[in-house]
Design a protein around this ligand. Structure first.
Ligand code: ZN
Ligand code: ZN
Length: 98
């Protein structure tokens, strides 16, 4: 009888160890996901900055609405107001640049 109790205790201990390991795995997974989303966020921020970038007719590259060099306003599509990326047609609505 005592032997059986000992075996039972041992089994319980093993179960606890297994549970702890599972919790550890969960925790690790969470921190990995956090790390992953962090790097994703900074990447998105970078590409957003790139998208906002425009080149003034004076040659200066800007991210704000006005040229830092000559003060000209950022060129936008006359139809939809999307940023003029310098392409012949608006990337948002397809309107030809004037
Ligand atoms: Zn300029
Ligand atoms: Zn447009």
């Amino acid at each position: 009888m005592k032997d059986l109790l000992n075996k039972l205790n041992q089994a319980n201990r093993l179960m606890n160890t297994a549970n702890n390991t599972a919790n550890n795995v969960k925790r690790t997974k969470n921190s990995v996901e956090r790390l992953g989303s962090d790097s994703k966020r900074s990447k998105q921020q970078k590409s957003a900055e790139k998208q906002n970038e425009w080149k003034c007719s004076c040659g200066k590259k800007n991210v704000s609405k006005f040229c830092e060099n000559c003060g000209k306003s950022k060129p936008v599509c006359s139809n939809c107001g999307a940023a003029d990326t310098g392409a012949k047609f608006c990337s948002e609505c397809g309107t030809a640049r004037s």
